[in-house]
Design a protein around this ligand. Structure first.
Ligand code: MEV
Length: 316
């Protein structure tokens, strides 16, 4: 039987990096998705194809993996999910993805979540959201070596979530429609950025621990600002979080330029979203997203509106 599942990308609003040190974080699912379709194959190999990112690979019992077109990057997540949650029966896998890849917007988590969910349907397995999120986190950990459960949780559950210190997830209220712009470039490897922060932590433990605590306070206050729709406060807290991310060493010149460009164009707040070192920024500008997008684009950056997605993984 054919099976299809899709899952959204994400943007972290507060608490990236600090979440690795068991601090809280706030993230939202965005309206850009990855879709995986699985069909039975009558060939003696499994094929994986994505027209929109120019990817083609086959896996055969005789020759193993053969990459015919594209890069291995995102494919690693599909391969690991197949290794863990599929038998050796040949299948045809199609990937369609709207999330910019390698920009810190959760493309790998979305592909992993969608692959696991589609495999569950294909194998007629009873599945639950917590189980999908848990297995997707396992795949990310295997592929990346280090990852908090934030990306895979938000991609599975959707909405706007608060991940607390005990890694418990709560959906929270927040009006972010028509408010968010993402500016993006190619990102640095997340694992590399996490390691860089760890090294700074080892050199200056007292200072960096205080910064992580300050990020945690910012995140907690931002939760209240979201729940009360205090826009000015939310924007200011984003700018504070940005200063703290700069202090832990994940900012770059082009991220800074995108951040200040969006503030000058009227954003109430803007900051890195995700691992930094390249990658993406998020700007908060209720009802004035167009101006921010135009200004960023005029400067040669990629920019798009990011509306929240209530839906997490969808199995069809
Ligand atoms: C990456 O999207 C977010 C980080 O906090 C790493 C992680 O949570 O695994 C930088």
């Amino acid at each position: 039987m054919d099976s299809m599942a899709s899952a959204p990308g994400k943007a972290i609003l507060f608490g990236e990096h600090a979440v690795v040190y068991d601090k809280p974080a706030i993230a939202l699912a965005i309206n850009k998705r990855a879709t995986i379709t699985i069909k039975e194959s009558h060939k003696d190999y499994t094929s994986i194809k994505s027209d929109n990112i120019g990817l083609e690979a086959i896996i055969s019992p005789e020759t193993g993996l053969k990459l015919k077109k594209g890069e291995i990057g995102i494919l690693n997540y599909i391969l690991k999910a197949l290794e863990f949650y599929h038998d050796s029966k040949p299948i045809k896998i199609k990937l369609e993805i709207e999330i910019p890849i390698g920009a810190g917007l959760g493309s790998s988590a979305a592909v992993t979540v969608a692959t696991i969910a589609a495999l569950d349907k294909y194998h007629k397995r009873k599945t639950t959201l917590p189980s999908i999120a848990k297995r997707a986190h396992k795949v990310e950990l295997e592929v990346q070596g280090a990852a908090s459960p934030l990306d895979t949780s938000i991609s599975t559950h959707g909405g706007l979530i608060y991940l607390n210190e005990e890694k418990k997830i709560d959906q929270i209220k927040g009006d972010l429609k028509d408010s968010l712009v993402i500016g993006y470039t190619q990102s640095e490897d997340t694992a590399k950025m996490v390691k860089l922060v760890k090294e700074r932590m080892e050199r200056h433990p007292t200072i960096i621990n205080h910064i992580m605590d300050a990020i945690a306070h910012t995140t907690k206050k931002a939760k209240k600002a979201l729940e009360t729709n205090d826009k000015e406060c939310l924007g200011e807290l984003m700018n504070i979080n940005q200063g703290l991310l700069d202090a832990i060493g994940v900012n770059t010149r082009s991220l800074s330029d995108m951040i200040y460009t969006s503030r000058e164009a009227g954003a109430l707040g803007s900051k890195i979203t995700g691992a930094g070192g390249g990658g993406s920024i998020i700007a908060y500008s209720p009802n004035r997203t167009r101006k921010i997008i135009e200004t960023l684009k005029r400067k040669g950056y990629n920019a798009m509106k990011a509306d929240p997605s209530k839906k997490g993984v969808i199995i069809e």
